[in-house]
Design a binder for this molecule. Structure first.
Ligand code: ADP
Ligand code: MG
Length: 325
């Protein structure tokens, strides 16, 4: 039986995780606290996510998928601020110390950690129902971050990638389908659910171009854009025909209305929704489209609420998933 310290040393103190990014801590895992220096001219950006088994992810999923996805969704919040990922801590509550599970989990974490350059600097390990808490620390140049409060009437509304794919996987997940599907379209949805790509580099480019307002789409476009609108005290006009649908979504859900519904309300995609003054449109397309698709889907307006291009209000029943409702 592995001791708590043996477990930490074996699975979490390894260089692949502890030195996954370029920002090494002055003191990492092993002491009472970690010590990091924020470089001159930068500010520290911090966020935390707690993921409970069978609420936020299926406990029976492979540990690699769980590890990758847990860190990806947490890093997505750093992306939404335009921050560069630097360090993270891991609070892990486990029913038992199973070596195979831990090795897989650490492997999944490492894949994403190395992809975005974030180093594991500490954490806490306890026994109990499987729960993963991740705190991520990122860096922004002074005063250069993206917030939900900065949308201005006249701004274009943009989204990265395609919408609705991860949500379209949920019915299969609820039917108990766990294996990677052989059908190509279904495999796309499966991949989008388990392997979200936090739009870290894209967001940093958007900041450099002068964008100041963004959110990551975790609960659905309407729900998350709604947070921007409320916090910026503005409204939006959305062009449904510009919502970006993947080939897979178009083929699996050919009915346009169903496609649009899932693109507007489906969560778990972790794409970025950001706004920008219209004069930046050319620069945005030029800088971001080599990295991922970007689509202009509407405009910020003064009147609160969400409207179609013909001026029809978009109904509240199209809002996304919320806890405690
Ligand atoms: P303390 O008793 O002071 O809280 P711990 O025994 O919990 O210390 O942890 C010892 C060291 O291992 C600390 O540096 C802590 O940050 C690190 N650590 C504990 N659990 C994890 C984990 N799940 N992932 C990464 N580091 C961890
Ligand atoms: Mg502790």
């Amino acid at each position: 039986m592995l001791s708590e310290f043996g477990l930490i040393a074996r699975y979490f103190q390894q260089p692949g995780l502890a030195n996954a990014g370029p920002w090494s801590p002055q003191l990492g895992i092993g002491d009472d606290c970690a010590v990091m220096s924020v470089p001159e001219g930068y500010q520290l950006v911090v966020s935390m996510d707690t993921l409970v088994a069978d609420v936020h992810f299926p406990a029976v999923a492979s540990p690699e998928l769980i590890g990758y996805r847990a860190l990806a969704v947490t890093v997505s919040d750093l992306a939404a601020m335009g921050a560069e990922p630097a360090w993270f801590t891991l609070g892990l509550t486990l029913p038992e110390a199973n070596s195979d599970w831990l090795a897989g989990f650490a492997e999944g974490l490492q894949t994403l950690a190395q992809k975005v350059g974030i180093s594991l600097i500490g954490g806490d390990t306890t026994r109990g129902p499987l729960t993963i808490t991740l705190q991520v620390h990122g860096l922004v140049k002074k005063e250069k971050w993206l917030s939900r409060q900065c949308a201005k009437p006249g701004d274009d509304i943009w989204v990265t990638g395609t919408l609705g794919d991860a949500a379209a996987w949920l019915p299969y997940l609820q039917q108990g389908v766990e294996e990677k599907p052989t059908d190509e379209n279904l495999r796309t949805l499966w991949n989008r659910y388990y392997f979200p790509t936090p739009r870290v580099v894209e967001a940093q480019k958007a900041v450099a171009l002068g964008c100041r307002c963004a959110i990551d789409i975790s609960d659905g476009l309407l729900a998350d854009l709604g947070h921007i609108l409320t916090m910026s005290q503005v409204g939006a006009q959305l062009d449904f025909s510009s919502l970006p649908a993947s080939q897979a979504l178009q083929q699996l859900l050919p009915e346009l209305e169903k496609q649009q519904q899932i693109m507007l309300t489906g969560g778990d995609n972790y794409e970025l929704c950001f706004t920008a003054p219209p004069h930046l449109a050319g620069d945005i397309t030029h800088s971001l489209s080599p990295l991922c698709p970007v689509s202009r889907i509407g405009q910020i307006i003064e009147t609160p609420g969400v409207f179609t291009t013909s001026g029809q209000p978009v109904s509240i029943s199209q809002q996304g998933y919320q806890h405690f409702n």
